[in-house]
Write a protein that binds this ligand. Structure first.
Ligand SMILES: C[S@@+](CC[C@H](N)C(=O)[O-])C[C@H]1O[C@@H](n2cnc3c(N)ncnc32)[C@H](O)[C@@H]1O
Length: 485
């Protein structure tokens, strides 16, 4: 077996004590090339993996999946593509980072039972609404939606229900829209639980479109029309929908979609007509807390996409939704901290206190020369005050340690021969490309997985304009890892 810690082309050992940017970057490059060579037999460009397929975009034309635009989702088509390419044994599928539940519903439609863990209330609500829309309550939901379309109770006079306003959501709507949201929230309280949940979900689906904000990865971007104090923006988000238009459209969309089978699955002919959809179960909370309690050797497959190590702050971008769901300022901070470290504000978690057996995962990280070289470099740049945010060092380091623990749990809960599919992006900080794909694959291998494939998207991504300006353009891989127990 090749030693991934020496430069394969020169066989020159890597420098141990770099003391300049160039030394550090050369060391990282050498170790990175060695690890890439080590996994060369598994790294393949898959031309079917378009950016559309590996993002929410391909969901836009599929009923159910198109309702809530979860920007960080992958598509149901992708799940179907992967299962067709690497058939999974019958049984239960897990997604420890369930998001909007794409894995859960796509697998269920193919006859698998599916279980998802999601920490954010917005994702949980999307999944719960989708479970209801496919349940025995669907007839009464359709009737209720028709009634709401006819009566438009939010336009009648009556009482209102106030909702939480967070510091970062203050001023997000025009006064008229704000008033209608409050009236709508009051009226849905009179409905039975199933319809109430669906109507609340409908509201979540339209919040961005009726607000002065746009989700922009790390934060909410404010439109110049907002009356929010201190906003001096020139950003024009385009048409801001009226409450009536947005709610009407969305209710119609649900009402029309619910009676239909999602058409796509027929194309793949994976499910015989008489085969029943699998059960979907949601576990609410952090997978770091929940996964240690899952049964060993239980799941046939895992299809997942963790948050990327890219500073995206879901708690900020989904703040409008969380405010409507009654999440307070301190609760939002707690949620940010419960997520896998992916923002510069994430603090280290006491992972060994959660589960002492994660020593194995931690040891694997401690012995990963490339990972150690990267974190030393980021620490060195932080000490020189040359990172554009000091939290980047901590985020990158903790991201790997936490992901290693999750990978160890994934290994434990999978059945023998079970597969894990993981979608993730490489990143770049301070000029160093961080090969999340090969580093996590090495950790997975140390834990016991066989690395089947690292499928590369033909179209990589450039990374931020700041980085490109400073360090020149370099394509950063986006991949799907396939590991077997
Ligand atoms: C890339 S998104 C997954 C999207 C999903 N594949 C879909 O199609 O909707 C990552 C998800 O992981 C969730 N997440 C982050 N940290 C988590 C944790 N510790 N436990 C459970 N979920 C977490 C985020 O809230 C987010 O919804």
């Amino acid at each position: 077996m090749l030693n991934p810690t020496t430069n394969q082309s020169t066989n020159r050992p890597t420098q141990t004590n770099p003391n300049s940017d160039l030394d550090f970057l050369n060391q990282i490059k050498t170790l990175d090339e060695a690890l890439t060579n080590y996994f060369a037999h598994t790294l393949t460009v898959d031309n079917c993996l378009t950016r559309k397929l590996v993002s929410f975009q391909a969901n836009k034309n599929r009923n159910y999946y198109r309702w809530y635009k979860y920007k960080e989702a992958f598509s149901a088509d992708l799940v179907e593509y992967l299962i067709k390419k690497y058939p999974l044994k019958t049984g239960k599928i897990l997604d420890p980072f369930a998001g909007a539940g794409t894995t859960l519903f796509a697998c269920s439609a193919l006859g698998y039972d599916a279980e998802g863990i999601e920490v954010l209330p917005v994702g949980q609500k999307i999944i719960e609404a989708n479970i209801l829309a496919r349940s025995e309550y669907k007839e009464e939901i359709i009737t209720g939606l028709e009634r709401w379309l006819g009566q438009k109770p939010w336009n009648t006079d009556g009482e209102t229900k106030k909702f939480e306003i967070l510091r970062i959501t203050n001023g997000a709507y025009s006064q008229e829209t704000h008033q209608k949201i409050q009236r709508y929230l009051y009226e849905i309280e009179n409905e039975n639980n199933a319809l109430k949940e669906i109507l609340l979900f409908v509201l979540l689906c339209v919040l961005e479109s009726i607000s002065y904000t746009r989700k922009d990865g790390q934060y909410l971007r404010w439109d110049y029309r907002s009356e929010r104090k201190g906003v001096r923006s020139t950003f024009d988000k385009g048409k801001i929908l009226s409450f009536d238009d947005a709610i009407n459209q969305k209710i119609k969309e649900l009402k029309n979609d619910i009676p239909l089978q999602d058409k796509k699955q027929d194309l793949f002919s994976l499910l015989e007509p008489e085969k029943k959809a699998g059960k979907v179960n949601l576990l609410k909370g952090s997978c770091l807390e929940i996964s240690p309690n899952l049964d060993s050797n239980h799941y046939s497959g895992i299809i997942t996409s963790p948050p990327y190590c890219n500073r995206y702050d879901y708690t900020r971008t989904y703040a409008l939704e969380h405010a409507i769901l009654g999440i307070t300022e301190p609760e939002l901070i707690e949620l940010r901290q419960a997520m896998v470290s992916c923002t510069v504000e994430s603090k280290a978690k006491k992972i060994l206190e959660i589960n002492p057996t994660w020593k194995t995962a931690i040891e694997s990280c401690n012995h990963q020369e490339l990972l150690q070289a990267i974190t030393k470099y980021l620490d060195y740049k932080r000490n020189k005050k040359e990172l554009n945010n000091n939290g980047i060092y901590r985020m990158v380091k903790n991201y790997f340690y936490e992901m290693a623990c999750i990978i160890q749990e994934c290994y434990r809960v999978l059945k023998k021969d079970g597969l894990i599919f993981m979608v993730n992006d490489n990143v770049r900080y301070a000029g160093a490309v961080i090969s999340i794909d090969t580093i996590l694959s090495k950790i997975a291998e140390d834990i016991g997985f066989k690395i089947e494939n690292i499928l590369i998207l033909p179209q990589g991504k450039g990374n931020s304009s700041q980085q490109m300006g400073k360090h020149g353009r370099q394509v950063v891989r986006k991949c799907i890892y396939i590991w077997k127990k």
